[in-house]
Design a protein around this ligand. Structure first.
Ligand code: IPE
Ligand code: IPE
Ligand code: MG
Length: 254
């Protein structure tokens, strides 16, 4: 697209504060080029770098990326191995760049299934960047939305068993702090690439009032213009949170 044709950027105060992406289509991207699926994952890792940098520069506060679902273990063993290696090598090669760019790295999911080396890199990467004040980059790895709700319920049950909480006290507001990402801004915009229109067990609890955006673009081809298009779509929507359009027009009051 020429610069003249490019539409103006979404103003900063209309941007989503928290964006989550299901990065889908790596396999199809590779298939279209008669390459092994793993080549698509490598190219997808390059897209991650581009999108992270763009979000950081645009002042988006949180970017949550679905890197590996709790169901992805069911893929062929060789593909899982390549994904784990890519995860480790990318973390190793990018951590300095992320730190220098003032990005804070977080991981959500159950790290227990990863190799000891990967687990220790995850801990180190989080520690090293914990004080950074730019973009918070959340990597969902061995994450499942149902796992998240179950781990929250388990910890609530522990507090009930210890007498710190009564069963009758358990409301959505009480459960919320036990779920992943509860200390971060609410999830504003969900993007899924590659034409699939499903959640695939991503952030179930957190998606309650998130705007959903689907694009046919395969993840390795997703670029800054696609991110801008998603942000523009978000900015054009009226979020009502159960109110009427008229109430919103009056400033959200009855
Ligand atoms: C997403 O791309 C990457 C992961 C799930 C790790 P896919 O590998 O799912 O790509 P498609 O859906 O087969 O094209
Ligand atoms: C979701 O994509 C998981 C990630 C992007 C990491 P999948 O490609 O695994 O989802 P399904 O299987 O098509 O629902
Ligand atoms: Mg897929």
């Amino acid at each position: 697209m020429s610069d003249e044709a490019r539409s103006p950027l979404t103003p900063r105060d209309r941007l989503p504060r928290h964006v989550a992406i299901v990065m889908d289509g790596n396999g199809r991207w590779a298939q279209q080029r008669s390459l092994p699926r793993t080549a698509g994952h490598r190219e997808g890792a390059r897209t991650v770098r581009r999108v992270v940098q763009a979000c950081n520069e645009r002042g988006i506060e949180v970017l949550t990326l679905f890197a590996f679902s709790s169901e992805n273990w069911r893929r062929p063993r060789r593909e899982v191995e390549v994904l784990m290696n890519l995860f480790l090598t990318t973390l190793r090669s990018e951590i300095r760049r992320l730190d220098t760019a003032n990005i804070r790295l977080r991981f959500i999911g159950d790290p227990g299934a990863f190799s000891a080396t990967l687990q220790s890199y995850i801990v180190k990467a989080q520690q090293r960047t914990a004080g950074n004040t730019g973009l918070t980059l959340v990597i969902a790895a061995n994450y499942g939305g149902r796992w998240d709700i179950a781990q929250a319920a388990r910890r609530v049950a522990e507090d009930v068993a210890a007498g710190r909480l009564q069963p009758a006290d358990v409301t959505p507001a009480v459960l919320h702090p036990y779920t992943c990402l509860s200390d971060l801004p609410e999830l504003d915009l969900f993007i899924r690439t590659a034409g699939e229109q499903r959640i695939s067990n991503f952030l179930l609890w957190q998606l309650a009032y998130t705007e959903l955006y689907f694009t046919d673009r395969l993840w390795p081809d997703f670029d800054v213009d696609d991110l801008e298009a998603a942000c523009a779509a978000f900015a054009s929507r009226q979020r009502r949170f159960g109110l009427t359009a008229e109430q919103i027009a009056r400033g959200g009051h009855a």
